[in-house]
Ligand binder design. Structure first.
Ligand SMILES: NC(=O)c1ccc[n+]([C@@H]2O[C@H](COP(=O)([O-])OP(=O)(O)OC[C@H]3O[C@@H](n4cnc5c(N)ncnc54)[C@H](O)[C@@H]3O)[C@@H](O)[C@H]2O)c1
Length: 352
């Protein structure tokens, strides 16, 4: 079988700690090239992962080698630059979360992808954890009845990432767009991805940079400007066309307990979902029952990128695409709605 030839955009942490090691475990995929605006990082990754070509920009990579698809692992503002360049060159696209740094950027990406007719998949690994896959199947089978409410949490006590993450120009925002997207998306997915209509939310930045000892932080590369102008935490509720709602809380730094997971409430049963297990709250034999389900531990990153390779090859159809661009833009509209509501201090309509 012919190998899918992939070019990676961005040679930072997520590319070198997750995407490239995952591709090494996937048959029928060949990483042909890597690019980074800091070419030394592309060179170092090319040497470490035996990648034949490295470049200092996406345009040079697209012109300089033969690839079928790009996998975008850049700062959030680079997702637009690289998606548009790849679409215009006729390449299929896997894009790291969040889709973009703003809804306006996401819409431009959507137009270009549609115009070019290329494939696009948003990479949000929570959709590929075994627990979320199994529970989504159970929701689809009607095991929970009508799922009408979800709670989504991703709270770190002192876990603000370093570098560009706190520079709004490159990230688009703080924990809402960075980690809120993981839990809000997982909850939205289990609600069946209904159309979002309004958001009421707050964001705050009471902690900022800190000197707390004994904590670990995700290391982003420095942005050229070195700004620190994002929120620390966000909370609110998203209302959907079908009457369902998500209540969410996310924080990079907050004075409270750490929490990461989602909870769904349905008319027949509810569930608390963690990474490799979930607990179902229902009734058995007419009595209240709590059943803990442990699923096989799997590498969500490998699952996600295996799925992308199959999608590019045509083994997964457009209709089956687990994270198509239409849904990616809707998710970005939720994130934008959160920031708009926080700025306005009131509930806002989600506009697309
Ligand atoms: N799936 C996850 O769980 C997860 C975890 C962390 C980060 N991420 C996402 O991965 C992306 C990268 O994060 P990171 O932690 O690897 O950051 P990073 O700073 O370690 O790496 C990003 C790299 O992209 C390069 N870059 C920026 N703009 C570029 C452009 N236009 N063209 C080419 N290269 C460009 C930077 O020079 C940098 O080397 C972000 O979108 C982030 O949200 C996802």
């Amino acid at each position: 079988m012919k190998k899918i030839r992939i070019g990676i955009c961005g040679a930072g942490n997520i590319a070198t700690s997750m995407h490239l090691p995952s591709y090494e475990k996937i048959d029928d995929v060949e990483i042909v090239a890597i690019c980074d605006i800091t070419i030394e990082r592309a060179k170092a990754a090319a040497e470490k992962f035996n990648i034949p070509h490295y470049f200092g920009s996406v345009d040079e990579m697209l012109a300089g080698c033969e690839i079928d698809a790009v996998d975008i692992c850049t700062w959030n503002d680079g997702h637009k630059t690289c998606t548009i360049a790849a679409a215009r060159a006729g390449k299929d696209i896997c894009c790291e979360k969040p889709m973009a740094a703003s809804l306006a950027d996401a819409k431009e990406m959507y137009d270009e992808v549609k115009k070019a007719g290329v494939k696009f998949m948003l990479a949000v690994p929570n959709r590929w954890t075994r627990a979320n896959e199994v529970i989504r199947e159970m929701v689809d089978n009607g095991d929970f009845g009508d799922v009408y409410l979800a709670r989504a949490h991703y709270i770190r006590r002192r876990g603000t990432p370093t570098g560009w993450f706190t520079d709004k120009k490159h990230s688009g925002g703080g924990p809402v767009i960075d980690i809120g997207v993981h839990c809000i998306d997982a909850a939205w997915n289990l609600l069946g991805c209904p159309k979002p209509v309004t958001v009421s939310a707050m964001t705050a930045a009471p902690i900022g940079e800190f000197k707390t000892k004994g904590v670990s932080r995700w290391q982003g590369n420095p942005s050229p400007e070195g700004n620190f102008d994002t929120e620390d935490s966000g909370a609110g509720c998203v209302r959907f066309e079908n009457g369902a709602m998500i209540l969410f809380e996310c924080a990079w730094a907050i004075n409270g307990p750490e929490k990461n997971g989602i909870q769904i409430y349905g008319s027949k049963a509810g569930a608390v979902v963690l990474q490799d297990k979930f607990k179902i709250y229902g009734e058995t034999g007419g009595f209240l029952s709590d059943n803990e389900v442990t699923v096989a531990k799997q590498n969500a990153g490998v699952n996600e990128l295996t799925y992308f390779a199959k999608y590019v090859r045509g083994d997964i159809s457009e209709a089956e695409n687990r994270y198509p661009i239409e849904k990616a833009v809707q998710m970005q509209s939720i994130l934008q709605g959160i920031y708009d509501s926080a700025a306005a201090g009131e509930e806002v309509e989600i506009k697309l």
